[in-house]
Write a new protein. Structure first.
Length: 375
């Protein structure tokens, strides 16, 4: 047994899963067809980053051939819960975010209305018959502007556009500054990101007997999706089954809760028919999450007795950040904090993980760290 295991060390291994994909035998959600399947189209999305919805006329869409249902946000109030972040830091004030905008849109691409049709074409064509009127409102375009004095407030229940203030402490930053031989200051900009997959997101929800629902979903976290959907659509978790077929790439975009999962589950139960939704390729760069744009000033102190291997790790992290490579899903200062088992001061602006303003990272002789943000 030991000899057999050792034979794999240093040997190039042939991947076992490639053949079916290379020969066109992969099975993705859009390959699944069920009897009586309906199609959800929700590509009528806000062209504004911030605007008041002053009117929606669904009458022409509802009268179109092949249309089973046309709804706006007001039609879904009280029927589907608000979308919540996957992981919530204690003390966070959660913004109210309905699955379909009700009276105001707060980002470009937010869903405003939907249509369910007997064919994909009927549903998409009916969207063009929906008339929406907007009143444009002031916008904020980055995290620093969002928390500035007098900035436009996006959610009434989130003062100053800050949902969370999280702080831990340790070490003596002031003393470290006094003792340092050198202080290196860098302004690091980490661009927004958009995960791009070969296969776009797609969902198929199939109602069953006794209120059961089976969902076919290219999920990176199917068990978590099951809980999130069950809680938000009010389906007992034991009555909800989530099947994850071939995914076609995820890169983090397929491990979050989106309106489409909730809408398909609710509509399948409401209409008592399977409901499918597929993201159009042209919208791939609009809907997946672009979590944050990071701008931070980092000061690293040298000459204070750092262990060589830790200094090498810090240098490597800073070098990667400067050239634009994102080594791990964390901010530069947080990366250093993790490396040194230190601490961090972090803000989350309107549900978006961000580090606004100026930051300083200091290392003391005990490898403590302080990450200081705007007050």
């Amino acid at each position: 047994m030991a000899t057999q295991s050792a034979s794999y060390v240093g040997r190039s291994m042939r991947r076992r899963e490639d053949r079916k994909f290379l020969t066109g035998r992969g099975r993705y959600v859009d390959d699944i067809a069920l009897a009586g399947m309906l199609y959800l189209a929700i590509h009528l999305r806000s062209p504004h980053a911030h605007a008041r919805i002053t009117g929606i006329d669904l009458s022409a869409a509802r009268a179109a051939a092949g249309v089973r249902l046309a709804l706006a946000g007001a039609d879904l109030c009280g029927k589907i819960g608000n979308i919540k972040p996957n992981w919530v830091i204690p003390g966070t004030v959660l913004p109210d975010r309905p699955v379909v905008a009700v009276d105001r849109v707060r980002f470009v691409g937010e869903c405003v209305a939907l249509v369910v049709g007997e064919t994909r074409e009927a549903a998409s064509d009916a969207l063009e018959l929906i008339d929406v009127a907007y009143e444009a409102l002031p916008v904020v375009i980055n995290e620093e502007a969002a928390i500035a004095e007098g900035a436009t407030q996006l959610h009434e229940n989130v003062p100053h556009n800050i949902t969370t203030y999280f702080k831990t402490g340790g070490g003596d930053y002031a003393a470290a500054v006094r003792q340092a031989d050198h202080v290196l200051r860098l302004r690091l900009v980490n661009n927004r990101l958009i995960p791009t997959c070969l296969e776009t997101r797609a969902i198929l929800a199939e109602p069953g007997v006794d209120g059961r629902v089976t969902m076919y979903l290219p999920s990176q976290v199917p068990h978590m999706h099951r809980r999130w959907i069950a809680e938000t659509v009010d389906i007992p978790e034991h009555l909800l089954r989530v099947v994850a077929p071939d995914i076609g790439g995820g890169f983090g975009a397929k491990m979050h809760l989106y309106p489409e999962e909730l809408l398909c589950a609710w509509l399948a139960r409401e209409l008592k028919s399977p409901v499918k939704w597929c993201l159009a390729g042209r919208q791939l760069c609009l809907l997946p999450h672009a979590p944050f744009m990071l701008v931070s000033d980092v000061a690293c102190l040298e000459g204070i007795g750092l262990r060589p291997h830790l200094q090498d790790q810090i240098d490597d992290v800073l070098e990667r950040q400067v050239v634009g490579v994102r080594p791990m899903p964390a901010a530069p200062a947080q990366v250093v904090a993790h490396l040194l088992l230190g601490n961090a001061d972090k803000r989350v602006v309107d549900g978006i993980d961000a580090q606004p303003g100026e930051f300083a990272v200091g290392l003391d002789r005990r490898f403590g760290l302080q990450h200081r943000g705007l007050p």
